[in-house]
Design a protein around this ligand. Structure first.
Ligand code: BES
Ligand code: ZN
Ligand code: ZN
Length: 485
């Protein structure tokens, strides 16, 4: 999809279809051209409602009010409404609230690209997005008043952000038979060839040398050997150093604490944290952000078999702490314990963010659409909350407390991998990870549980069925902010 910005009036632009946004159900206004037809079609201009007038080559979409959020979703719904048509070029006005609000343009571009996503790798009949070119008219703003460079920049940032999100969605949606730890490593190596990123991949021999025994234990029963991936973006004089850590369970069967059949369905999603890190690294490289960013991924498959790790095992993590395994389905935290240890050993970062589909309890607590934000310090947590809001993602804080901390006590080891209470499971998982954060990094680390939004079996807002790319948009915003500081 190509985007073109122009100051030509919308009526003078050649395109096969025009997209018109109607604000606040305001269909009586004189400037709405097709009032009678729209009324006949039953169009009420509710938020996200679309109406395609084939004879006029006009597509209408409603929004409650003009803001980035509403426009992003409306654009996604509009492009979806055209998915089975033959229209090739689309023209649309810019709907900027004032001459400085180029962020609206970014939201529109993001919506159009996120909305046109379709995963058809396994379909014999491929869906094709018909719209190839989108022309955005800035006619209501005089060119000399508008900062054209800022507008063009906003469009480019929107494209990079949405492309990275769609890239992440594709990997999440790929089946466990086609995407296993080695595949994730190949994708990372591919990124380092296509962009200016360094890539190091650790195989079992090096993982043993690095004392990542908990990660190795989780991986043991799988025919697919684990990998730890380290991608880095290193500009000359970075304004900050950031580490990102992703849970990359390419399949989570639960291990010997086997998941019931119905709960196992979709567990290809358990690599979503890793896929988010890959998408973010791609965007960071494309934006060439003036910060150093390291992406660490623990890529493992959690399976059953004669060699499987067991409930009752005691594992020694990279940082020397001993862990009593009471449930092999709480495997993500075991993998992350070692990868967080490795990330802290390799890089002295200003901030550490981890992304993980860590707990079903997070979905129970905050629902399917929201990420749970945890950690010891409000500064990085608030950075995430703010960035999520600007990006169109939903995120909310879950606080640690000393009572839940006690629930991870073990009689035989330093810590148990599961809590002794069934409640507050998202928080106890976060507290577990906290035990693998070094003292000097306690306030630099934030845990992002994306179990809710990472994979949803229905469309929601600008997100499709399946992988949503949760974490990508929010973190790109956050990193952009740190780079501009
Ligand atoms: N990958 C799952 C968490 C999950 C569940 C993500 C549903 C997305 C949707 C994780 O490894 C897991 O199985 N966690 C257990 C923890 C329990 C054994 C303490 C859970 O949530 O039930
Ligand atoms: Zn699990
Ligand atoms: Zn898992």
């Amino acid at each position: 999809m190509n985007f073109e910005l122009t100051i030509s009036p919308i009526n003078e632009i050649n395109a096969s279809i025009e997209l018109i946004v109607v604000v606040n159900k305001n269909l009586k206004h004189d400037f709405i051209q097709d009032k009678k037809l729209l009324k006949k079609a039953g169009f009420k201009a509710e938020q996200d409602e679309t109406c395609l007038l084939i004879t006029k080559n006009r597509l209408y979409v409603g929004v409650d009010s003009i803001n980035d959020e509403n426009l992003r979703v409306a654009m996604a719904k509009a492009i979806q409404a055209l998915s089975s048509t033959k229209y090739k070029t689309l023209k649309v006005a810019s709907y900027l609230e004032n001459k400085d609000s180029s962020s609206t343009l970014r939201a529109m571009v993001e919506g159009l690209l996120l909305g046109s996503y379709a995963f058809d790798t396994y379909k014999t009949k491929k869906s094709k997005q018909p719209i190839k070119d989108i022309i955005i008219s800035l006619e209501e703003y005089h060119a000399f008043e508008l900062d054209m460079e800022a507008c063009a920049n906003a469009i480019e940032l929107g494209q990079i952000t949405a492309d990275a999100t769609n890239f992440t969605r594709d990997i999440v949606n790929t089946t466990p038979d086609d995407c296993y730890p080695e595949t994730l490593a190949n994708i990372a190596e591919g990124l380092s060839e296509d962009f200016e990123l360094e890539c190091k991949v650790l195989k079992p021999k090096q993982l043993r040398k690095e004392k990542m025994e908990t990660l190795l234990a989780v991986a043991r029963a799988s025919r697919h050997k684990p990998r730890v991936i380290h991608l880095s973006h290193k500009p000359k004089k970075p304004k900050a150093i950031i580490s990102l850590v992703g849970k990359g369970l390419t399949y989570d069967s639960g291990g010997l604490s086997l998941k019931p059949g119905a709960s196992m369905v979709n567990m290809k999603l358990d690599k979503s944290g890793a896929c988010a890190v890959l998408g973010i690294m791609k965007a960071v490289a494309e934006m060439n952000l003036d910060i150093e960013v390291h992406g660490f991924i623990g890529a493992v498959e959690n399976m059953i078999g004669g060699d499987a790790y067991k409930p009752d095992d005691v594992l020694v993590a990279k940082n020397g702490k001993t862990i009593e395994v009471r449930n092999t389905d709480a495997e993500g935290r075991l993998v992350l314990a070692d990868v967080l240890g490795y990330a802290q050993q390799e890089v002295e970062a200003d901030y550490i963010f981890d992304f993980a589909t860590l707990t079903g309890a997070s979905v129970v607590a905050v629902g399917h659409y929201t990420s749970s934000i945890m950690g010891n310090c409000d500064v990085p947590k608030d950075l995430v909350i703010e960035a999520a809001k600007a990006s169109g993602e939903l995120a909310t804080k879950l606080d640690f407390n000393k009572h839940l901390r006690k629930c991870l006590k073990s009689n035989v080891a330093d810590i148990s991998n599961v809590s002794n209470t069934p409640y507050g499971g998202a928080i106890t998982a976060g507290i577990f990870l906290d035990s693998f954060i070094d003292e000097e990094n306690k306030n630099k680390w934030t845990h992002i549980d994306i179990a809710g939004p990472a994979y949803v079996e229905h469309t929601w807002g600008e997100n499709p069925i399946g992988g949503s790319g949760a974490g990508v948009r929010m973190m790109i915003r956050l990193l952009e902010k740190l780079a501009d500081k």
